[in-house]
Ligand binder design. Structure first.
Ligand code: EPU
Length: 306
């Protein structure tokens, strides 16, 4: 990676050795060697196109959920996606929310609700960006992104700018065509379907989901759900049934509230997370034969841990 090339292109926008822990929901991990803010979708697309052309590796950071950044940090360019414009297009039953990929999903869902639109109430409980949710088919309470996405604008490494519909996104549980082809595309913005509804009912539903979440999921820094649910079961239920709630490695604990959430008690390292995740995965496999799959992505240099 040639620093001169980066400095020539990005000048003052380029920062060096930027700590990432506070930009992640688990609050662990080292620094980004190079760091850039992208403030709108056009800038994000230009930055990515440049880095692809120069073959400079990069990672796009959203709101830092569903990732575990290594203590050694990230030896590439981290683009912080701050493209967060949201607007509502009101066209009766064909209404939609148009959001840039760095917009916070909860904010987009709440804006629709405040204007009396139903459909995205479930999304008011999901931390993360619109882009992350579209990429990973985020979901809760029986709904998921695949039921609401109308169109997503992407920049594809080989094919340039494209708009994909839900079918083209090839959705499956917590996955998509883009997730199955990592590094080949960047999500720029998305269009989510909403319908006019009853304001009181929408409010009730949001309060109900929020109360359920508070009751069943712990507060405090964590990655999000640690593992995907295996078909027909719940990772949390399985880990709990083996008596693993409360298990600790260093500063990370399997939450006593929900066993699929591993909480940073304040002093955790990424290494603690990595070790606890592998410990739980190993015990579950030994005792049940089920190999739990991580729902998050490992970011940065993990060579020492392997
Ligand atoms: N359960 C236990 N012990 C636990 C946790 C759960 O016995 O420690 C039991 C519950 O009693 C329930 C069942 O397991 O009978 C399922 O639990 P829950 O309703 O909490 O749902 P989940 O399957 O653990 C999924 C999603 C969450 C989403 C909730 C609510 C995954 C991996 N998790 O959790 O999504 O918020 O449903 O809809 O798909 C996420 O994906 O990051 C996420 C947080």
């Amino acid at each position: 990676m040639d620093e001169k090339v980066l400095l020539k292109r990005f000048a003052q926008r380029l920062k060096k050795d930027v700590p990432l822990a506070n930009l992640t929901t688990a609050k662990v991990g080292g620094a980004a060697r190079y760091f850039l803010n992208a403030v709108n979708a056009a800038q994000l697309a230009e930055d990515v196109a440049f880095l692809w052309a120069e073959e400079i590796p990069f990672f796009i950071l959203g709101s830092g959920s569903n990732i575990l950044v290594s203590d050694a940090g990230v030896d590439c360019v981290v683009i912080h996606n701050k493209a967060n414009h949201i607007h509502l297009v009101e066209k009766g039953d064909s209404s939609y929310v148009q959001a840039e990929s760095g917009a916070i999903l909860i904010t987009a869902a709440r804006q629709a609700a405040l204007r009396g639109y139903t459909g995205l109430e479930w999304a008011t409980t999901i931390p993360g960006t619109v882009g992350g949710a579209v990429y990973g088919n985020a979901g809760a309470y029986g709904a998921s992104m695949q039921q609401h996405l109308l169109l997503v604008d992407i920049l594809h490494r080989g094919k340039g700018c494209l708009s994909l519909n839900t079918e083209q996104m090839g959705y499956s549980y917590r996955s998509s065509a883009l997730k199955r082809e990592p590094g080949m595309a960047v999500i720029l913005s998305a269009r989510l379907a909403i319908k006019k509804g009853d304001k009181e009912r929408i409010k009730e539903l949001i309060n109900e989901f929020s109360a359920r979440r508070k009751q069943t999921q712990p507060p405090g820094p964590c990655i999000g759900s640690t593992f995907k649910n295996p078909a027909g079961d719940s990772a949390g239920r399985i880990i709990d049934s083996l008596g693993l709630k409360g298990t600790r490695v260093g500063g990370v604990q399997v939450s006593p509230v929900h066993a699929n959430f591993f909480v940073n008690e304040g002093s955790a390292s990424a290494r603690d997370y990595y070790d606890l995740i592998h410990l739980v995965q190993r015990i579950v496999e030994e005792k049940t034969g089920i190999k739990l799959e991580p729902e998050f992505e490992l970011i940065g240099d993990w060579k020492e841990q392997a």
